[in-house]
Write a new protein. Sequence first.
Length: 124
Amino acid sequence: MKPASVLREMFHNLGAKPATILYPTEKVPVPEGFRGRIAILDEKCIGCSKCAIVCPTQCITMVPSERPIEVKGKTIVRKKKPEVHLFACIRCGLCEEYCPTDPKAIYLTTDFAGSGTDKDLVVR
Ligand code: SF4
Ligand code: SF4
């Protein structure tokens, strides 16, 4: 590269916007339908185990978790709740598709990062 073109490039870039973003403070927008990290709304979960049954990687374990829930106007005791091993999840979305609650108790978010400093957000 000739010195003149280097200088031209340098002056051009002095006034230009940065080409990168300050990730993770800034996030890039994700397209509609993006399959990100799985999340669970425990207060909506009825403990039916459908998510664990359909999961192709078997990364959902039903763990003991008793609490009263309302199903079709009746109060019953939920015995279990799902726990997802996030690094084995392939984000296929089958658990969300088969979850019978509305809104879905298990669903894909738009979060794409697989790492973090909060253990509760990485291993659920
Ligand atoms: S998105 Fe797919 S792989 Fe991940 S927990 Fe749900 S069913 Fe399993
Ligand atoms: S399918 Fe939905 S309601 Fe049933 S155990 Fe899984 S998260 Fe809970």
